[in-house]
Design a protein around this ligand. Sequence first.
Ligand code: MSP
Length: 510
Amino acid sequence: MGRFYITTPIYYVNDAPHVGHAYTTVNADALARWHRLVGDDTKFLTGTDEHGQKVADAAEKNGVTPQEWTDRTSARFREAWDALGISYDDFIRTTEARHYQSVQKFLTAIYDNGYIYKDVYQGLYCVSCEDYYTTESSIDGKCPIHGRALTEMQEENWFFKLSAFEDRLIEFYDAHPGFVTPETKRNEALSFIKGGLRDISITRTSIDWGVPVPWDEKHVFYVWYDALINYLTAIGYGREDDEVAEWWPASHHLIGKEIIRFHCVWWPAMCMAAGLEPVSHVQVHGWLLVGGQKLSKTMAAEGGVRLTDIAPVVLTNEFGVDPIRYYLLRETVLGNDGDFSHEGITARYNTDLANNLGNLVARVTTVVNSKCAGVGPAPSASSPLRTDALVAIEDSAQAWERFAPHHALEATWGLIGATNAYLEKSAPWKMEPGPELDAVMGDALEAIRLVAILATPAMPGVCEEIWRRIGLSGRPTDERFSASAQWGLYPGGRQVQKGEPLFPRIKTDA
Ligand code: MSP
């Protein structure tokens, strides 16, 4: 048993949660659930990023104070996560006192270590990204991500000496080859470092919606500079009784690819400057794209993409919580970009859930009811399904461990496919009641039991229901994976229930 600390980015509260946020959060949730299943002491952190120009602008536009606005919108993120069955252990808000305390302590440490100095900042800024651009990194004076005109900024600011960390960061990357995964993203971050680092302006006087700079009251910290520190706030950094030694640096940040530079360049350098080890792992994922465009709140506001159809709760109402979770985890390789569409969800639902999993459970429970008096027989030790089960257990466990939910589910569905094929071949529905039929049904029930364990990080609700239907008490998560994921543990002699279809087919025009 080990420890597993996983975080999502904290989401800006300028607008409501959308399915892009849900993508990261569901992946982090499934990984956290996997680690709890294997018995790791697990901490799963998510939350909201509540400072900065973008949030202050949204509050002003809506005629409320930034605090009222952030309270309201942060609550919407919690609601969305409740609707998606997200099992976070902590939900951090950057306006909380614990965060102010930790940010001020962390940045004072950097200041005391001599890595912060005052200068005049002059340059281009994108409020949507809350990020700086240069003439070279912008496109015709516009933001390359949002396509919006950049703001000219000139202010006396405090600066962080990022440039002093070039060599140390390169050494760190060399010494920690798994720091950023997948490797393509690691190379991207590393080449950014090797291309030369400029110091960053880390405070503002033009807004007051931020964490005050302890040594200069006229300034507040630039939003990214307070936001990254949330990962430490949540483990008590800045408190007497902190838990930093327990959870840090062996932690995992799951992030979208557009914030690599902040997490893989700035953040490790900030930790070094404050005298802390950088986080041990950043897992980067790609973007969900609708018609080839990133699903961004800002673009939606400008009429590029309609987000009303893709709010997480709209999806869960339409398809159910577990099917949406399954789709988000299974459709796209974590690290690659993926397409998001209603057609895609429907196809996955009808094929993987209705035809494969749902059909398997329906067939087996029906035959047990009609031919075994509703009592599930025990599996046989030498079942032809045993090898398929062992392969699925091994492959999916390895995939969850390497942050590959899509592969874990693919391996799990391998066992579903093998069990359906075995049933086709042995056709128990044509057999007479007796030991031969019992052996087939017992093996199929055992395969279903194992599937309910393997798929539970992705579809906790449905897996519990399957567990109940095959007559087991408690939940698939009650026992540690190493104890329960063994062939042959379905006890037999249990009352099996048929029930309603788990995944009624969705009608399509095709
Ligand atoms: N507040 C910053 C993060 C600070 S972390 C210290 C931020 N917030 S955000 O609200 O813009 O959320 C960004 C994250 O949402 C992305 O990194 C990604 O995890 C997720 N996604 C937003 N749009 C997405 C897609 N279209 N596809 C996949 N994930 C997306 O950046």
